[in-house]
Design a protein around this ligand. Sequence first.
Ligand code: GTP
Ligand code: MG
Length: 370
Amino acid sequence: TESLTVAELAKKLHREPSEIIKKLFMLGVMATINQSLEKDAIELVAGEYNVEVEEEILVDITDLEALVTNDDEANLIERPSVVTIMGHVDHGKTTLLDSIRNTKVTEGEAGGITQHIGAYQVAVNDKKITFLDTPGHAAFTTMRARGAKVTDITILVVAADDGVMPQTIEAINHAKAAEVPIIVAVNKMDKPAANPDRVMQELTEHGLVPESWGGDTIFAPISAKTGEGIDSLLEMILLVGEVEEYKANPNRKAVGTVIEAQLDKGRGSVATLLVQNGNLKVGDPIVVGNSFGRVRAMVNDLGRRVKEAGPSTPVEITGLNEVPQAGDRFIVFEDEKTARQVGEARAQIQLASQRSEKSRVTLDTLFEQM
Ligand code: GTP
Ligand code: MG
């Protein structure tokens, strides 16, 4: 373990040494400026400033990403793939999402209240796949701009009677930039004018070469309208998931990303979260972007109340003090007090950055606000 002098600690915390000495005195530790402090004392003082001591450095506890602990390989198990659908206008993205949802919702659930929460899960051959409802482009641009990565696999929908169009190319570029595998769904195969060969030809020019032509891109001919080919498309998704081996630890505190959020008149802040690792439970103290609270109620994609949600599961939660934004990260904390501290500090940082109009926010600006 590292030790620091009072002067060094003061510098790391952006405070005057005299203030640190005072803080130490209040905490019952008598110290001089050049005195070396042990880890316990450093942690005590740092805690007073919302800063967590981790190994050899001081970590800003308002940086949610820095707080995500890595998992031991031994604790990881397979998790469902998270899929986004992208493609040109009118090529059939919404029809495909609806079709998958309707064909795969099990008996008894069909006809029930299917609540829209921005994402849903389907079961295929005893395995699950999570689909994000958000238009692919928005999911990629807003989420990636905020540093979040939620999608594992992209389904690129191309209408067989229309071929590659500007937004098709845009979608390819987004997926490539995010290093997300692409499965091509050649849609509208039921139409007399369907020409899948042309789609393959055009996509080859953009680096997506079908397996049948010696490349490594999966092409699935489908009709989102009649349902033809959708089962094999889903099997292709499972296949890619198996190859990529998406994994998570279901036995840790949850972390993930906001899919969408809004203010509901009756329920307050309502957010759809995608749990990306760990297990989210009702009652968990949580920080979501710049908001915080305790998970009051959780509803799954079928509109049912659930008590917990594991990796790759989308759930809608209530209980936050503010409305977070799509792409915001969330983290569950050990206790409510810490969640509140971190949430409030993050809200302060946001205020500070809005005021100063500086994009870079340092600990200094945070402390000035406090
Ligand atoms: P935007 O959200 O506007 O970008 O469009 P979209 O990609 O979601 O397309 P959408 O699912 O709304 O479909 C556009 C039109 O194509 C609708 O009239 C659909 O009924 C029709 N359509 C979608 N898939 C098929 C298909 O497989 N066959 C046929 N014949 N029509 C389809
Ligand atoms: Mg649509």
